[in-house]
Design a protein. Structure first.
Length: 400
């Protein structure tokens, strides 16, 4: 894989840090997840966050270590000497308090790329704590997602993942730059700025038109037909008739050729002003079809469409299950699930599961041995609880 031979240490939790390093791991990097003695706190999550650990921690090894102890900090420095990059998404100031901030590590390990994932980049807000939903409210995304007066977070941890992706992109760029300079650098990505990046299209619209855009449920459509429709069997499908070719195909195949002769409907901009005339016709035609027949027809006509699905429907999606794009992941309960890999094919190579989400401390002994510790020295660290190794830890119970 492209990043084979690159080693990344991840001091991350929840979604932002783990998603950043998981992308790198899926692309072949050796990612070592550095966990406290009690383990990544998301291992014990319930409810909405119950699957965060298994979803975002595949293809990683686990080193469980007490970084507040002198021996643990010394061991961490030895491991850092073997690494190309470090990813962290702790609260501001935490890494400095551990003696592992960027300034300290840049002196001790000048080739190290330090990726700091935070709520905010430098500025008035930089010391604030932040969460995905908080910055969705601050950055206008919640306003644009829900109906007016009812701001609503997006239905996924989109900002955490976006911020993590920008961090991964920064690391890859820094690795390329290090080939020329021989030096590492500080990479920073943040939740608030990621949110602003995602709503830039709405900011641009307001700058261009002088009118603040309404929330998406009330948006003024840029296309004549860009809406959900109910089918004869009570299913929902979203259809976009967004080009003149789509319009001609629809009119000819659904038997409404007379609309093609109407000069007021000749182009998409004209049709957007005639939605009151068009939508009853389109709705009637689509509502007479079953979901299966309508989808087949729209696919033949090359008109964009998408049936409404729930997340659970994707497990058996016939497209996602082609060519190994769904990865077999071991869950904490011992069950297995097919979950989507990162959406990349590179030269015919698809990311695969090389390692299941690790048991806490599963690789402590191996990682320390690779850093130069002898077996006796590792035994001593384990005995003093400077580190935890899965072979000597108390059994980890599966979550109910």
């Amino acid at each position: 894989m492209p990043l084979a031979g690159i080693r990344v240490l991840e001091m991350g939790h929840t979604v932002m840090g783990p998603s950043c390093s998981m992308v790198l791991a899926d692309l072949g990097a050796d990612v070592i997840k550095v966990e406290p003695l009690e383990g990544d706190r998301t291992r014990a999550n319930v409810g909405f966050g119950s699957a965060i650990f298994p979803v975002f921690n595949r293809n990683k090894r686990s080193l469980s270590i007490d970084l507040k102890s002198e021996a643990g900090c010394a061991a961490m420095h030895k491991v850092l000497a073997t690494a190309d990059a470090l990813v962290e998404n702790f609260a501001p100031g935490t890494m400095d308090r551990l003696g592992l901030g960027y300034e300290a590590l840049a002196k001790a390990h000048p080739r190290l790329i330090f990726c700091s994932l935070k709520g905010f980049l430098s500025g008035p807000y930089e010391k604030r704590a932040a969460l995905d939903e908080i910055v969705q409210f601050m950055g206008g995304l919640a306003y644009m997602t829900g109906p007016r007066g009812m701001p609503l977070r997006a239905g996924s941890s989109v900002v955490d993942i976006m911020g993590g992706l920008f961090g991964a992109l920064g690391i890859v760029a820094a690795l390329r730059e290090r080939e020329r300079t021989g030096c590492g650098q500080l990479i920073e990505s943040a939740l608030f700025e990621s949110t602003a990046f995602m709503v830039a299209q709405h900011m641009g619209q307001e700058a261009l038109t002088g009118v603040a855009p309404p929330p998406m449920p009330e948006k003024a459509s840029s296309w004549a037909v860009y809406d959900p429709f109910e089918t004869a069997d009570g299913k929902t499908v979203f259809v976009g008739i967004t080009s003149d070719n789509h319009w001609r195909s629809f009119c000819a195949d659904f038997g409404v050729e007379e609309l093609l002769a109407d000069p007021a409907l000749k182009t998409n901009p004209l049709r957007t002003r005639q939605r009151d005339k068009i939508m009853p016709v389109v709705t009637a035609k689509f509502s007479a079809e079953t979901l299966e027949s309508l989808c087949a027809r729209l696919e033949r006509l090359k008109i964009p469409f998408g049936p409404l699905a729930k997340p659970g429907d994707l497990f058996e999606d016939r497209h996602l299950n082609v060519g190994g794009r769904m990865l077999d992941i071991l869950l904490p309960t011992g069950k297995r699930a097919k979950l989507p890999g990162i959406p990349l094919d590179m030269g015919g190579r698809k990311p695969r599961v090389r390692r299941q989400p690790p048991v806490m401390g599963a690789d402590t002994r191996t990682v320390l041995a690779e850093a130069g510790y002898t077996a006796a020295q590792i035994d001593d660290l384990v005995a003093r609880r400077v580190v935890i190794s899965a072979d000597t830890a108390a059994p980890q119970k599966h979550r109910a």
